[in-house]
Design a protein around this ligand. Structure first.
Ligand SMILES: Nc1nc2c(ncn2[C@@H]2O[C@H](COP(=O)(O)OP(=O)(O)O)[C@@H](O)[C@H]2O)c(=O)[nH]1
Ligand SMILES: [Mg+2]
Length: 267
């Protein structure tokens, strides 16, 4: 079988069956577009739309997409319960069905499906791949200044507080090998909102799995509205601070020392 046929039939070579989880809340103008772009860029992957009963009918559109494409699935949740819990539900769905890797991707087009093959390639030699906005070669297009500042400051704070060797710990375009998710204690995850990404970065780092960052082109959404809110920022600030203090206490107790680059090496 040729490589092109392989890609269509058996998932990603070297990786296995891949499920792209796309959480949606009021993304009626985006959901068909993003599914079409994923199908085009990576025809062999499957897609799970995790919709929180969007009032704008996103779930109905998702159901119609799933009816015409056997590689599209929909997980309906009762109401808006946050991005973090939507991903946990998606991960559990993937685990029950034996996928080898799970991808996190936003519905609004900020995470270009055209970058997905590069992320999946990188996952062949890693446990977790983060599509990074803040490594060399990455581009951020049309993002308002306040979002740029928030992302840079959030990442700086997360790195200082948690000592992780990750430049985009808040980024939400990722690949997790299933074995890495098994190594992470998902039961312990408390984040409801976007701090979920930082929490999983921290847990992955502590589990000692191999994290690799791949530069992406991140574009501001063109349709629909952002669900980012002051409450989500507050949750992230509060949680990062709490984890940082906990880590410091544990490090002192275990006699661990930070390295000169400010990172903590967990044994
Ligand atoms: N299922 C679900 N999806 C959500 C929720 N909050 C945000 N999302 C989705 O998460 C993705 C990222 O949200 P977005 O509003 O684009 O955040 P931003 O890029 O930080 O402005 C989008 O696909 C949203 O539809 C939620 O509570 N539940
Ligand atoms: Mg977005």
């Amino acid at each position: 079988m040729g490589e092109a046929a392989d890609r269509r039939t058996i998932g990603h070579p070297g990786l296995g069956r891949v499920l792209v989880v796309i959480p949606t809340y009021n993304e009626a103008d985006n959901v068909s577009r993003i599914v079409a772009r994923v199908r085009e860029a990576a025809p062999a992957v499957e897609i799970l739309i995790a919709d929180d009963n969007s009032p704008d009918g996103t779930g109905v559109i998702a159901d119609a997409l799933a009816r015409t494409d056997p590689r599209v699935h929909v997980l309906h949740r009762e109401g808006k319960q946050g991005l973090g819990t939507a991903y946990l539900a998606g991960f559990a769905w993937a685990r029950q069905r034996g996928y080898d890797a799970v991808v996190e991707m936003d519905a609004d087009g900020s995470h270009a499906p055209e970058d997905l093959p590069a992320l999946l390639d990188a996952a062949c030699d890693a446990d977790v791949v983060i599509g990074s906005r803040w490594t060399r070669g990455a581009r951020v297009v049309n993002w308002p200044l306040r979002r740029l500042v928030l992302s840079r400051c959030g990442n700086l704070y997360a790195r200082l507080a948690l000592g992780m060797p990750v430049s985009d710990a808040t980024g939400g375009y990722r690949v997790y090998r299933s074995a890495a998710l098994e190594a992470i204690d998902l039961e312990s995850v408390r984040s409801q909102g976007y701090s979920f990404q930082v929490e999983l970065s921290r847990l992955a780092h502590r589990a000692g799995v191999r994290i690799v960052e791949v530069p992406i082109t991140f574009a501001q959404r063109e349709r629909g509205t952002s669900k980012m809110s002051p409450l989500i920022v507050a949750e992230a600030l509060w949680r990062i601070t709490t984890w940082g203090l906990q880590d410091r206490r544990t490090a002192v107790r275990r006699g661990l020392h930070g390295t000169p680059d400010g990172q903590v090496r967990w044994p």
